[in-house]
Design a protein around this ligand. Structure first.
Ligand SMILES: NC(=O)c1ccc[n+]([C@@H]2O[C@H](COP(=O)([O-])OP(=O)(O)OC[C@H]3O[C@@H](n4cnc5c(N)ncnc54)[C@H](O)[C@@H]3O)[C@@H](O)[C@H]2O)c1
Length: 336
């Protein structure tokens, strides 16, 4: 059995990743290490919580003792835990530096001590900053130029991971991915917020002119890529992942409204986000040529699956918004 620690496994991508691994890797045992912040939701893992290949540990990545206890006998670490919402980082950068920088350093130190054989640092396209309309997509060689406290904290974690490889020889690999969409995403993020508001005929807030471009990737494609990089990626290397689906935010919103048969009059333009990046786009050539990974889901199909998932899981959405699930699981799992 290969014991693998996944940090942030109760968040949007973590939940999808754990479900993917339990289905695809019967010889892995997952330790899901998560503090259960507002963004962590164990209700999303209820159907797998009794799987013998799965253990949940409630803990904070900045807590050295808790991290060391959970990492004992692990083969590898997939580090996803983060404060992840850009707007929250603009309101209060402190928790972002604490979790995304100090937390990453604590994990890297523990990984050295436990002689971890593979450490995957899950990073983001936002570390590259913003592209203008005609720039080529980001490659792994682009310089790092983050613009928000969130992306600056993720860049710091990313660079620390690289430095631990160069300095101590820690077997680190780094993934940088574009915007994800799919089931179990916290409804403060664009796509679930849009679906939830449209369902209730509430206004859809759109930042600025809505002409920001994002490259959307279905979360399952990201998870499959993370496993490929973790298993086969060369240590010390960075791999970009994108969905080959660049789109203006406004076009995305109109497409979802059309799919839901809702009026575009719900669109409400609001003051632009401070430091808002204009465009992200990813070049997948490296991961495709080295590891054979490509996105498999077409945006047109996967966005329909996503809309249907949220409409069919309104209980999940309401539970998440009310915060009821969080109190329930926090009572069940005391921090260790
Ligand atoms: N969502 C995206 O589109 C996207 C794209 C590229 C990269 N990423 C990266 O992927 C990772 C996961 O993103 P997500 O969208 O699932 O985030 P999320 O906010 O949905 O989940 C984050 C999880 O981390 C946990 N967490 C937060 N602070 C913690 C701490 N101090 N100790 C332990 N656990 C803690 C939370 O409880 C939550 O379960 C992040 O590192 C993010 O930067 C996300």
């Amino acid at each position: 059995m290969k014991k693998v620690m996944i940090t942030g496994g109760a968040g949007f991508i973590g939940v999808n990743l754990i479900r993917y691994i339990l289905a695809e890797k019967p010889d892995w045992h997952i330790i899901n290490f998560d503090m259960l912040t507002y963004a962590g939701n164990l209700a999303s893992l209820a159907s797998v919580e009794k799987n013998p290949n799965y253990t949940f540990v409630r803990g904070d990545v900045t807590d050295t003792d808790a991290v060391n206890r959970a990492m004992k006998d692990c083969w590898g670490v997939m580090h996803l835990a983060a404060e992840s919402h850009v707007d929250r980082s603009i309101d209060d950068p402190g928790p972002f530096l604490n979790t995304n920088v100090i937390g990453t350093q604590k994990l890297l130190d523990a990984a050295r001590g436990h002689k971890i054989e593979k450490f995957l640092q899950v990073s983001t396209d936002e570390v590259y900053g913003s592209l203008s309309k005609d720039d080529p997509p980001f490659t792994e060689d682009n310089h790092l130029d983050p613009n928000s406290p969130y992306s600056a904290s993720k860049t710091s974690g990313d660079l620390l991971a690289k430095a631990y490889h160069a300095t101590y020889g820690l077997p680190v690999v780094i993934s940088r991915c574009s915007n994800n969409y799919g089931p179990y995403q916290f409804p403060e993020k664009l796509i679930p917020l849009l679906i939830n508001n449209a369902k209730q005929d509430k206004p859809i807030p759109v930042y600025g002119d809505g002409m920001q471009v994002r490259d959307w990737i279905y979360v399952t494609d990201h998870c499959r890529g993370l496993v490929d990089i973790f298993e086969k990626g060369r240590t010390g290397e960075v791999y970009n992942l994108g969905g080959n689906s660049e789109m203006y935010n406004l076009d995305l919103i109109k497409l979802v409204l059309k799919e839901m048969k809702k009026s575009e009059s719900l669109i409400t333009f609001v003051k632009d986000r401070l430091g808002h990046d204009r465009r992200y786009a990813m070049d997948n050539s490296k991961i495709t040529s080295e590891l054979g990974w490509e996105p498999q889901f077409k945006f047109e199909d996967a966005i329909k699956m996503t809309v249907n998932w949220y409409l069919n899981n309104l209980d999940w959405v309401n539970q998440v918004i009310s915060g009821d699930y969080l109190e329930y699981y926090k009572r069940q799992y005391v921090e260790r």
